[in-house]
Design a protein around this ligand. Structure first.
Ligand code: FDA
Length: 394
């Protein structure tokens, strides 16, 4: 069977559906093809089921890319305010959780329903369980997409197939393969917004504090995040760790400040003078959970009464609380990563339209592109913005 459309979009996730709506509203005949049985699965599972659909304070500095300016045009053409207006138009109740992060009050399904309603209004066809076998550009300059449901022919082809994170729900490297096929570059991909793991020795030391969470400042090189940190049975997680993971490379040591508001060197030595009979663990427990305080005292051979611990040891203990040097041995990888860093090289795309610079009619949007947001709704905003922009031109 043969089908003819103006625009074929591959990937019915956040970016693909937004692009379809925008192109459909321009009067283009649009079909969205997805191999998954259930489309938009990442939206459904996002934000703990409530979808952190954007961030009030979205700005280019919340994104990583080889070209730090690339996302500016799309974010300007379709901003967080535009998406919030769409959410409000559909009467979806939402709230700000913290730091500008906007979540649905009820369920992420509200966002999926909204996008599908908008697609229906724009006359877009969305087809799931469609397996793409080949993509080619014809001598007439059209795109031919061969699938197990038939051959689609279109003037424009938009690749919105996402990154490599969570293969269990349908993530593939399809978009990178198409980029390579048409001669576009790929910036090295890796797991981002992902928990970090410890080697056996450090893991064994931390096994009693698995499940504890604290507020911490985590730094890697010049980048720092101050948010929650969670000790897991594999290493570290929590927002501050997910954020820093996008900046971390194997071999790099993290600096973790577990009591950012205090100079713990002074605290410990002052307390020794004012309360010499108190235990070091008791003092540390005023600043962190008891189990963590005990671990730190054990690690630095500083358990027991302050009076019995030499000043030098207390100073080292205090410094370790403010600057715990942690060497993770890896990440949990794409199995649990929220995003994929790297991707289709922005040097080969127009930031205004998302079209491949050298290939008329071929567009890349969303996570497949080398643009990755911080945790907090930025990745969906990139999907909406880049999808909308491509939808204006495809
Ligand atoms: P997305 O992955 O959404 O969609 C790609 C689509 O292409 C999928 O439907 C897939 O089935 C399809 N596809 C893939 N290969 C194909 C092939 N070969 N043929 C046909 N179809 C193919 N972000 C945020 O801002 N706020 C949040 O709350 C969260 N929460 C969150 C939780 C979890 C657990 C994860 C894993 C991720 C998040 N994210 C997030 C990140 C966010 O989900 C992600 O950045 C966007 O979904 C990316 O949108 P895309 O449309 O680019 O890809």
């Amino acid at each position: 069977m043969r089908f003819s459309y103006d625009v074929v979009i591959i990937g019915a996730g956040a970016a693909g559906l937004m692009c379809a709506i925008a192109a459909g509203k321009r009067g283009r005949q649009v079909v969205v093809l997805d191999h998954a049985r259930k489309i938009a699965e990442k939206i459904r599972i996002s934000g703990g089921g409530r979808c952190n659909f954007t961030n009030r304070y979205t700005s280019p500095d919340a994104f990583l890319s080889h070209n730090p300016h690339f996302m500016k045009s799309a974010l300007q053409q379709y901003s967080q305010h535009d998406f919030v207006a769409l959410v409000e138009k559909h009467g979806i109740a939402y709230h700000e959780k913290k730091l500008g992060q906007l979540f649905c009050d009820e369920s992420a399904q509200d966002i999926i329903t909204m996008l599908l309603d908008e697609c229906a209004d724009a006359g877009v066809t969305v087809t799931s369980e469609t397996h793409i076998e080949a993509v080619a550009k014809t001598p007439q300059g059209r795109y031919e997409i061969v699938s197990d449901r038939g051959t689609y022919d279109a003037e424009s082809l938009v690749i919105a197939s996402g990154g490599l994170s969570i293969p269990k729900i349908g993530a593939t490297g399809f978009g990178y393969d198409i980029a390579r096929q048409f001669g576009l570059g790929i910036r090295q991909t890796s797991a981002g917004l992902v928990p970090l793991t410890f080697a056996a020795e450090l893991l064994a030391r931390c096994k009693d504090i698995s499940g504890l969470s604290v507020e911490a400042e985590v730094q890697c090189g010049k980048t720092q995040f101050a948010e929650g940190l969670l000790f897991t049975h594999r290493g570290l997680s929590g927002p501050s760790i997910l954020q820093i993971s996008s900046y971390w490379d194997v071999g790099q040591t993290l600096s973790v400040n577990l009591a950012p508001a205090h100079d713990m060197r002074n605290v410990m030595t002052d307390k020794k003078r004012s309360h010499p009979k108190q235990d070091a663990q008791t003092i540390l427990s005023e600043f962190m959970p008891k189990r963590l305080a005990s671990l730190f005292c054990a690690l630095h051979d500083s358990a027991g009464r302050l009076a019995d611990i030499p000043d030098k040891k207390l100073t080292i203990l205090g410094m370790a609380v403010n600057d715990w040097q942690v060497l993770p041995n890896g990440t949990e990888g794409y199995r649990t990563a929220e995003v994929t860093l790297g991707g289709v090289d922005t040097d080969d795309l127009s930031s205004k339209t998302m079209q491949a610079r050298q290939i008329d009619g071929l567009y890349f949007i969303g996570e497949v592109v080398d643009v990755t947001g911080h945790l907090g709704g930025y990745n969906f905003q990139w999907a909406w913005s880049s999808g909308y922009v491509a939808g204006q031109y495809a």
